[in-house]
Ligand binder design. Structure first.
Ligand SMILES: [Fe+2]
Ligand SMILES: [Fe+2]
Length: 176
């Protein structure tokens, strides 16, 4: 089992397989972080059905952009950069979930409940990983990113529960 702990200054001494894999994983993670805001900001930031929900869309987008920035800083430390992923079209996203449209508010709710949960699982996999700068973004060193992902999942779950209601709260989710 590989148990070494690698700092950024040791990266260049690592075998090519490790360097390729780490840069690929970080690049996909960066794309995953920025892929969400590309799906919903233009459509839902000022169209979500209440001020609280518009604020939550804005807050979620801000947090994902910060996650992108943190992951991209790790890439920068090893001489790479994922800034090009800030501007790609949906069709070119690495992960299929970010290539879809989000035509109803219900899509936003389900996306938070399911896809942000996948994001949380992915980040969980990096806890105590061999690349120390990445491990430092996660517990037990830092809880911020994972706590924010948990917040996205929780809000999505809350909205999906509203979606199932037949009263006024539920009717907001139906197509006009
Ligand atoms: Fe994120
Ligand atoms: Fe998220």
């Amino acid at each position: 089992m590989f148990t070494d702990k690698i700092e950024s200054e040791d990266f260049s001494k690592m075998p090519e397989e490790y360097r390729t894999l780490l840069s690929r994983v970080l690049r996909i993670q960066a794309d995953f972080e920025i892929g969400g805001p590309h799906l919903y900001v233009s459509q839902w930031l000022l169209s979500a059905p209440s001020a609280e929900e518009q604020w939550k869309v804005a807050k979620t987008a801000a947090e994902e952009i910060e996650h992108f920035h943190k992951i991209n800083q790790l890439l920068n430390q090893i001489g790479m950069d994922a800034s090009d992923r800030l501007f790609v079209q949906k069709a070119d996203r690495y992960v299929d979930a970010f290539r879809q449209e989000m035509p109803t508010w219900a899509d936003w709710a389900v996306f938070g409940m399911l896809i942000d949960r996948v994001g949380q699982y992915q980040l969980d996999e990096f806890v105590d990983c061999s690349y120390v700068p990445l491990a430092r973004l996660l517990p037990p060193h830092d809880n911020q990113i994972l706590e924010e992902e948990q917040g996205h999942v929780n809000f999505g779950l809350l909205k999906v529960m509203e979606l199932g209601r037949s009263d006024e709260a539920g009717s907001r989710y139906r197509r006009p």
